[in-house]
Design a binder for this molecule. Structure first.
Ligand code: NAD
Length: 473
């Protein structure tokens, strides 16, 4: 198990060590080297030194290294999935799914790396030609969350490397072990020393200052909460760094009267519960039209009540622990306040005694649109159902949030579903589908859910500059 800092291809000790715990048991898994601001600076130095050589390789060479990364990660699926389940807690099947998704970013970007297109045109005056090309940004600092310990890293690293950048990653202190092992495997697959550096830390704020004050750093790519994203954006402003932000969500899940009830419940379970209900795209507010609301609430409650909660290594378990005690407390506070405000508990509604940090899958019926629980990203297995009669008013409520990451629409009528999707202020919409993440699709949010897109063809250009050359010949 890798548990040191990776700087310039060398594994190093930090300034002391910090514990990483299994959220299903509370037991310490191991300790990890604690990186300091000085390590952040050293990692940017190493990345800057390595980036020049990496950027000068041919797109085909980089593509082939990326393809080898994909294959190496896939070959280590079992090991990586077990690591993810150990430090994050999600069920092993979800962890395997995450590894497949994480690896796929390398295969996709191996294909994109040889297709970074520029253009040539004639100036309108006819005086010269306009050549546009897309060189790499340079050194990119990446800060990632704990909910996808592998995929939130590879979704950034694969396109960044494909474009010719070098990176310095600060994984979350809750799940650094997967990040370190992924980096180890990337090295084994042929990524040169210094192109990928990983520096876990318990002092993220001063670490980030040091990494971004370094003059070689040209970009910050962040995935995490909107609250922290705002702080990092302010800091990036000081050095006018290029930024990419994948932030929080508050997804509406809309069920119209004409939806197929079974499909809607199945989709709701996927949109709410996969990865232990700790996803940024998780359905957070369920709007059910009056004619289907009672049946939908009852069927969803039955499905949620049937879920086995427990340690992710148990094959019967479909919902693992929350990441820590604070998460359980926050979920419980939101549920209790909703019940005090008049919501009805259709199933669940309480935390489960430890060890470990568990919460019962919960469905709340009769929630008011605009209730406090609909204004927070729950990040846990709780589904508040809001009945509606007026479709225009429902859309207004669905959009009444500063977030705009994901939304879901269930209807038997494609015209209803598509016209609804056009009115939703959301970067991604699933129609009659509860999952939408795909390396080939542009992932990202509108409004305060983010800036930029990861995946698709757009993803690699996020890590490129644009240079224009005026030529007379
Ligand atoms: P978080 O914002 O608390 O932390 C994210 C990362 O930022 C961690 O590595 C953390 O250590 C670091 N960090 C925190 N404060 C910092 C500071 N002051 N300076 C520098 N770094 C700092 O988020 P989290 O709890 O790890 O993850 C959950 C959040 O992430 C949710 O809001 C979720 O919606 C969001 N998320 C978004 C996406 C997306 O693609 N849009 C994907 C996954 C998670």
């Amino acid at each position: 198990m890798r548990n040191q800092l990776l700087i310039g291809g060398t594994w190093l000790d930090g300034d002391g060590r910090f514990p990483v715990t299994d959220p299903a048991t509370g037991d310490e898994i191991t300790t990890v080297a604690d990186g300091t601001p000085a390590h952040a600076t050293a990692a940017v130095d190493a990345a800057a030194a390595a980036q020049i050589g990496w950027a000068s390789t041919s797109p085909r060479e980089r593509s082939e290294v990326l393809r080898a990364c994909w294959s190496t990660l896939v070959d280590h699926t079992d090991e990586l999935a077990e690591l993810i389940t150990t430090e994050h807690g999600k069920p092993l099947a979800d962890a395997r799914g995450e590894v497949a998704y994480a690896a796929e970013f390398f295969r996709w970007n191996a294909e994109e790396a040889v297709r970074i297109h520029g253009s040539i045109s004639t100036a309108p005056s006819g005086a010269n030609k306009i050549i546009v090309r897309h060189p790499p940004v340079g050194v990119v600092v990446m800060v990632t969350p704990w909910n996808f310990p592998a995929a939130m890293i590879t979704r950034k690293v694969a396109p960044a490397l494909g474009a010719g950048n070098a990176v310095v990653i600060k994984p979350p202190k809750e799940t650094p072990l997967t990040a370190l092992r992924v980096a180890d495997l990337l090295q084994a697959a042929g990524v040169p020393d210094g192109v990928v550096n990983v520096v876990p830390t318990t002092t993220s704020s001063t670490w980030f200052d040091a990494a971004t004050e370094h003059t070689a750093t040209r970009m910050v790519s962040f995935t995490g909460s909107t609250e922290v994203g705002r702080i990092l954006l302010r800091r990036c402003a000081d050095r006018v760094l290029k930024v990419a932000m994948e932030l929080g969500g508050n997804a509406p899940f809309i069920v119209f009267d004409d939806a197929d009830l079974d499909a809607a419940v199945e989709g709701a379970m996927v949109a709410k519960m996969r990865h232990s209900a700790e996803t940024c795209t998780a359905a957070n507010r369920f709007f059910a039209e009056a004619g289907i609301a009672a049946d939908f609430t009852a069927a969803l409650a039955e499905a949620m009540a049937s879920i086995r909660v427990g340690r992710g290594f148990d094959p019967e378990v479909a919902c693992g622990p929350m990441i820590n005690a604070g998460a359980v407390e926050s979920i419980g506070g939101l549920v209790d306040a909703a019940v005090d405000a008049g919501a009805r508990v259709a199933t669940g509604g309480s935390a489960i005694d430890g060890p470990g940090h568990f919460y019962t899958p919960t469905v709340l019926g009769g929630v008011e649109a605009g209730a406090d629980i609909t204004r927070h990203e729950i990040f846990g297995p709780v589904a508040p159902v809001i009945p509606f009669t007026d479709r225009d008013e429902m859309i207004r409520h669905a959009n009444d949030t500063e977030m705009g990451l994901a939304a879901y629409v269930y209807s038997g009528d494609l015209a209803t579903a598509l016209s609804t999707s056009e009115r939703l202020e959301s970067g991604m919409v699933g129609i009659n589908r509860g999952a939408m993440s795909d390396p080939a699709a542009p992932f990202g949010g509108m409004k305060q859910s983010g800036l930029g897109r990861e995946g698709a063809s757009e993803g690699i250009y996020e890590f490129c500059e644009t240079q224009y050359v005026a030529v007379s010949w």
